[in-house]
Design a protein around this ligand. Structure first.
Ligand SMILES: [Zn+2]
Length: 350
């Protein structure tokens, strides 16, 4: 049994067509193809932590791309999930695992140091490899690393291809460039699957995205920052409430006892249209469609709001278990927390 997960960062379901992504469509045709609902905020690190743990951010603790520790927002990857991941669970069963991430910060986010092998080593950006437009490893570099690690020799392997997110940020998710890149990433997927072809009848493949993107219409970052500064002071907080902006959302962290009061204050902020408590004292907030609350760097696409929660979800492979797994998945959208327990169940008795 070999299980391969491929995360195509920010891939939107509208790109999964036989014209744009024939390899992905063919994979799903023999298994299951649909969508999943990710967790809030619809950002990379909370959703990857959920994929590998099967837990919501309220349990794994990575409730935003950065989390508040001792009155300082620190990178989620430097904290890591607070519950065991698929790598850890499978390791205790003696199953070898591997992780290859275009975004090097995912090594810490997914606690992939505990996999049998991971890349880039130590979660440090690799030197001298080609980079995508936002500075993470280009898919060509991630693919080369994956092929070098002989992923098919591992019981479980996970690959994250980052460049689709970068291209959609720069040009917009509905741009010709994003459509062209969907086809490019489909070709990369084909190359990732190639080493598995000789052992296809022993292989299960899961291809997902971590969130979608929306076209950026305008920024309300200034108004939101002003309102939050007035309500809560410094972003790092006064020991009670801190706030953090990211794309088309923001995350506000307070104490459980202050939660009701903070909710009322957030609901009074004019630029916000959605206030969701994702864990006791943790709020994910957003404005209208395409409204940036985070940094405006001239990007055409971004994500974070609940509008971007929809993920691509495709299951395939030649293993006999694929048909029964497809039956267990049910109707779209499935819950993105399903993938970890589903994968672990394949190794039960291993
Ligand atoms: Zn992402």
């Amino acid at each position: 049994m070999r299980v391969l997960w491929v995360v195509i960062d920010a891939l939107c379901v509208d790109k999964v067509t036989p014209e744009l992504m024939p390899t992905l469509c063919e994979l799903g045709a023999d298994g299951w193809s649909g969508s999943a609902l990710g967790v809030l905020p619809a950002t990379t690190y909370p959703n990857h932590a959920t994929l590998v743990t099967g837990a919501a951010p309220s349990r794994h603790g990575l409730y935003a791309n950065e989390v508040l520790v001792d009155r300082e927002w620190v990178a989620a990857g430097s904290v890591g999930p607070s519950v065991p991941t698929v790598f850890e669970h499978l390791g205790t069963k003696g199953v070898t695992t591997a992780a290859v991430f275009g975004d090097q910060n995912l090594v810490g986010v997914c606690a992939a140091q505990r996999a049998s092998g991971h890349w880039p080593s130590g979660g440090v950006a690799p030197e001298g490899v080609p980079l995508g437009p936002t500075g993470y490893a280009a898919d060509s570099a991630t693919l080369a690393a994956a092929l070098e690690m002989d992923l098919g020799d591992h019981g479980f392997a996970m690959v994250q291809l980052d460049e689709n997110d970068a291209v959609s940020h720069v040009h917009g998710p509905d741009s010709p460039e994003a459509r062209r890149h969907a086809s490019a990433v489909d070709a990369v997927l084909g190359e990732l699957l190639e080493p598995y072809r000789p052992v296809w009848s022993d292989t299960v493949v899961v291809v997902v995205s971590d969130h979608s993107q929306e076209r950026v219409e305008h920024s309300c970052a200034e108004a939101f920052t002003e309102a939050c500064s007035g309500e809560f002071g410094d972003p790092a907080g006064d020991g009670e409430t801190g706030w953090y902006t990211d794309g088309t959302c923001a995350v506000v962290r307070t104490t459980a006892s202050a939660s009701d009061r903070v909710r009322r204050r957030l609901e009074a902020i004019e630029v916000l249209s959605e206030v969701t408590e994702t864990a006791p004292g943790v709020f994910c907030v957003s404005g209208g469609p395409g409204v940036l609350l985070g940094l405006d760097w001239g990007q055409r696409g971004d994500h974070g709001a609940s509008r971007c929660r929809t993920q691509v979800a495709v299951l395939g492979g030649g293993h006999g278990a694929v048909a029964s797994l497809a039956g267990r998945l049910g109707a779209s959208p499935i819950d993105s927390r399903s993938w970890a327990p589903l994968t672990l169940s394949l190794f039960e008795g291993a």
